[in-house]
Design a protein around this ligand. Structure first.
Ligand SMILES: *[C@@H]1O[C@H](CO)[C@@H](O)[C@H](O)[C@H]1NC(C)=O
Ligand SMILES: *[C@@H]1O[C@H](CO)[C@@H](O)[C@H](O)[C@H]1NC(C)=O
Ligand SMILES: *[C@@H]1O[C@H](CO)[C@@H](O)[C@H](O)[C@H]1NC(C)=O
Ligand SMILES: *[C@@H]1O[C@H](CO)[C@@H](O)[C@H](O)[C@H]1NC(C)=O
Ligand SMILES: *[C@@H]1O[C@H](CO)[C@@H](O)[C@H](O)[C@H]1NC(C)=O
Length: 535
């Protein structure tokens, strides 16, 4: 992940002062380690992510425990801040859970009815897969927008409290670090000279700003609402909630800005016309941060995405809620922001020629507080003598410099990407951009997230190992990866580097890519294709 937070600046007095790492989910993780509130989220999200393993059969169970907290009882966290820690009841009723899944599914064709636990799990998976198919059906086949006819994009000029003022609070966003440096260079962060042209120390939560800047410069931008097909609402909802995560404020305070935004939109004719159906939000955090339910005992996050008024709009997130068809995952921002086609080509040549001396690598931290998490097992297998595997310990600051991580990935054939505090990882994108084949353990880490940027056939770019197999020690990942034929590795790598990579990075704000479509263009083209289809 992008941030390097200094331990020295951390809040004092944390008995949970522990693991410290640098990747993807890691901001969250670091944060979590510093306050008891964290435990809540660890339980909640960990359960959701780790048990969402299809084959394990815990999928629905988790869906229940994260969405429906009435079956929970509470403990007081003890030390300040005095938040409550919900603990899921042991025997969640799966039937109730599946009904919930059905209830929240929207616009899914032909839902099949099922019973029995295996059937229910299969059903929940089926629902996710159907939704992804719906999302993929919107994909624009045109490689390039040749004209802006019927493709006007209107970017709302929101009152500054909804975006710019939040950026202005960068010094006070979270207690132990200053975010301001990440908002430099149009939110790409400080240049990483060592890695070359177009490389910056980008924060993983910077997407709202990066996307907004690009939208303002889109050639199809229109200034008259009547000419617009697509309405972009540049609300920095992720920054809004980030500033409250670690302050003792009421739910009302956290929800205020989001509710004000809805009120503001509802006064607009452009919103009323299609009830927001042609509106899009970009939220640079995970969906769960915006899905506090009113009856939740927890106080994590806002209820922004649970508001009725927002159900019809598209929400682009770095991690989607798997049973909401209008939540669409888009790539976590990486450190690479090319300006020209040549920047991409230069980088492609560099990584395709890279001499990958390690078979496997893992950059991450163990999760001692989450014994179900497979990370410790992976670390042990990696550290076995005689294996060609490198472990970069993010707990001890090994990942503080993005260069170390990217260089490790450039030097490795396979990169292990186990779930962290939530299923997705920025590191998946860092490894793809480095030409390292990601090894995934949970389909929610990528396969059920990014319908527009990653192909349905995931064997083209990744290796999947069921995490339950790892947990039960049925598989040695190093041995398994050793057996992947060289030819197959090469095919995957070429596909990743030449086919996927350009579409996984966000160009800089003035990028002049012609040959390639970057992650931003792919997203906008698909959004435009969608609004033209839903009429
Ligand atoms: C948090 O705020 C509430 C309400 O103002 C207060 O009762 C409580 O003591 C505060 N907790 C901490 C740890 O400051
Ligand atoms: C689970 O919930 C369903 C529907 O609410 C109910 O009919 C069933 O008896 C419950 N099962 C258990 C084991 O509690
Ligand atoms: C359970 O599912 C089977 C087929 O999957 C079906 O034949 C049966 O009627 C179902 N039972 C109930 C009680 O719905
Ligand atoms: C690649 O790495 C291997 C193993 O370290 C080494 O033997 C080889 O000489 C290197 N090749 C190049 C071109 O650097
Ligand atoms: C990683 O670093 C942490 C903190 O220094 C240490 O406690 C832990 O044992 C290390 N993990 C491994 C597997 O070396």
């Amino acid at each position: 992940m992008a941030i390097s937070m200094s331990k020295k600046k951390s809040k004092p007095s944390k008995k949970l002062e522990t693991k410290h790492h640098q990747f993807s989910d890691t901001l969250l993780f670091k944060i979590l380690n510093r306050i008891p509130l964290a435990i809540f989220l660890l339980i909640l999200i960990f359960l959701w992510s780790s048990s969402t393993t299809i084959i394990s059969g815990k999928f629905v169970h988790v869906c229940v425990s994260s969405r429906k907290l009435n079956n929970l009882y509470c403990l007081s966290a003890g030390t300040q801040p005095n938040f409550e820690i919900p603990i899921p009841a042991l025997n969640n009723n799966i039937s109730t859970g599946i009904k919930e899944v059905v209830d929240i599914v929207q616009e899914v064709p032909d839902p099949i009815v099922n019973n029995g636990s295996d059937g229910e799990v299969a059903f929940a998976v089926k629902v996710v897969e159907q939704q992804l198919q719906v999302q993929r059906s919107w994909i624009s086949n045109k490689d390039h927008v040749t004209s802006c006819d019927g493709k006007g994009i209107y970017v709302y000029d929101l009152p500054s409290k909804f975006n710019k003022d939040l950026v202005g609070q960068c010094g006070d966003m979270i207690p132990w670090t200053n975010f301001c440096k990440y908002f430099n260079n149009e939110a790409m962060g400080e240049p990483l000279v060592k890695l070359g042209k177009g490389w910056y120390h980008t924060h993983q939560y910077a997407l709202e700003l990066i996307f907004h800047t690009r939208a303002l410069k889109h050639p199809c931008r229109v200034y008259n609402e009547n000419e617009a097909k697509l309405f972009y609402v540049p609300f920095y909802g992720g920054l809004d909630i980030l500033r409250w995560h670690f302050k003792n404020v009421s739910n009302d305070v956290k929800d205020t800005l989001g509710l004000e935004l809805v009120k503001w939109l509802e006064n607009k004719e452009s919103w009323q016309k299609n009830s927001g159906k042609d509106h899009v939000f970009v939220l640079g955090k995970i969906s769960w941060d915006f899905r506090r339910k009113n009856d939740d005992v927890s106080s994590w996050g806002t209820l922004f995405l649970e508001l009725d008024q927002l159900q019809k709009s598209i929400k682009l997130l770095i991690e989607r809620q798997p049973w909401h068809v209008n939540d669409i995952g888009i790539p976590h921002p990486t450190y690479f922001h090319p300006h020209l086609d040549d920047d991409i080509i230069t980088w492609q040549l560099k990584i395709i020629r890279s001499n990958r001396t390690s078979l496997v690598s893992f950059a991450g931290a163990a999760r001692p507080d989450a014994p179900q998490n497979i990370r410790s097992i992976l670390i042990n297998q990696c550290n076995n003598p005689g294996t060609n595997c490198r472990f970069l310990n993010c707990s001890s600051g090994g990942c503080d410099q993005p260069e170390s991580v990217i260089e490790l990935f450039m030097d490795s054939e396979f990169c292990l990407q186990p779930p962290g505090d939530s299923p997705t990882r920025k590191s998946v994108f860092d490894s793809l951009v480095s030409g390292c084949i990601p090894v995934l353990f949970d389909p929610f880490t990528a396969y059920y997230q990014y319908p527009w940027h990653l192909p349905e056939d995931h064997s083209k770019y990744s290796v999947f190992i069921e995490q339950e197999e790892v947990r039960k020690m049925k598989v040695n990942i190093i041995e398994k990866l050793k057996k992947v034929p060289l030819r197959e590795r090469e095919d995957m790598r070429r596909y990743i580097v030449y086919e996927l990579l350009p579409g996984l990075v966000y160009g800089d704000s003035n990028s002049q890519l012609e040959k390639f479509q970057d992650a931003f263009s792919i997203t906008i083209n698909n959004l435009l294709a969608r609004v033209n289809k839903i009429e």
